[in-house]
Design a protein around this ligand. Structure first.
Ligand SMILES: [Zn+2]
Ligand SMILES: [Zn+2]
Length: 326
């Protein structure tokens, strides 16, 4: 096909809001933005910067543009993974020749694997955003079911994740990463992601053990793995705050951001990250996971129970699950 006729065809498809096998890449924010191939960073070129993620509709057969369909018992897990240069250059634990990127890719692959026994695999969505001073989606709102179709074994998933992280290795803009993750979480729960449509999240009921108050939270979580050192080279190098303070569902705010840090608590990144993290609504402790030695890294597996029970928020939630499971 000559380039000019290909352009005409693209314009036609664009205006007709059609998806064909040759235009499988569709924007999360506006499903009229369709493309034959993804952009290099998987963000939509027709939206404002980082405004829409391109989803591969060929690997998301359940995705729909039909606004009458509601995804019931939906869950969303966002992994926000630091892929800046320092994640590769430093040992996570003194004396152990393993960098944080290796640990993170292994932990996330394991976490996804632990979701393989979920009952609601087709309603549990995952968004994995890698960041340095830019953002690069790695899993673009695939369901857990679709992830296992794409990656039949955990080694392939971990290797692909690690090599994609390696393609970033720049500076560290934690503010941009948090802001993007917050926007996508809020869009998901508002039903404004075009290709997913309206959602009714699974609701977690819990009781605050200090006040005795009960509360409900949608089963949506964001977990940031970072070495915690915000550095863009533009000056003013601080983590501005936690945009998830404004995350709301049914007119109530709920802070769904959790942090994970590898290394010693003397590390400046530890303090910076921990500082912005909110307290668990059940235990009133920081929603923060600190891995100070290599034996700790498998500890998070039971955190991910999306679709089969409540996800946790803090170390105490995790301890509860570990006791419950053994
Ligand atoms: Zn777009
Ligand atoms: Zn807790």
């Amino acid at each position: 096909m000559r380039p000019s006729s290909e352009r005409t065809r693209q314009t036609y498809l664009h205006s007709q809001n059609l998806k064909t096998d040759s235009m499988p890449w569709v924007c999360t924010t506006d499903s009229k933005h369709v493309f034959t191939s993804p952009t290099k960073d998987y963000f939509c070129p027709s939206c404002p910067p980082y405004g829409g993620i391109l989803m591969d509709m060929d690997s998301t057969p359940n995705a729909t543009n039909n606004n009458d369909t509601i995804v019931k018992n939906a869950g969303l897990y966002i992994f926000l993974l630091d892929a800046s240069g320092s994640m590769f250059s430093e040992e996570a634990f003194p004396g152990t020749p393993i960098n944080r990127a290796q640990l993170v890719s292994g932990q996330v692959a394991n976490a996804l694997w632990s979701m393989s026994n979920l009952t609601n695999k087709s309603n549990a969505y995952v968004l994995i955003l890698l960041f340095d001073h830019n953002i690069r989606p790695f899993i673009n709102f695939l369901t857990v079911e679709q992830i296992f179709t794409k990656y039949p074994n955990i080694q392939d998933l971990q290797a692909d994740l690690y090599s994609t992280m390696e393609s970033l290795k720049g500076a560290t803009d934690i503010n941009l990463a948090l802001e993007s993750a917050y926007n996508y979480a809020q869009m998901f729960v508002n039903g404004s992601i075009d290709n997913i449509g309206k959602v009714e999240p699974m609701i977690n009921w819990a009781i605050n053990t200090k006040t005795g108050d009960d509360f409900e939270m949608p089963n949506i979580r964001c977990l940031i793995f970072t070495d915690g050192q915000h550095y863009t080279g533009k000056g003013g190098e601080i983590i501005k705050g936690n945009p998830f303070t404004n995350f709301h569902y049914k007119n109530k705010t709920c802070n769904i951001l959790m942090g994970a840090f590898h290394g010693t608590s003397n590390d400046p990144g530890y303090t910076q990250l921990r500082h912005i993290i909110a307290n668990c609504p059940i235990h009133d402790e920081k929603q923060f996971f600190h891995f100070s030695n290599p034996e700790h890294i498998m500890r998070m597996r039971s955190l991910f129970r999306m679709g089969s029970g409540p996800s946790g928020y803090c170390e105490k939630c995790l301890n509860g699950y570990i006791r419950e499971n053994h």
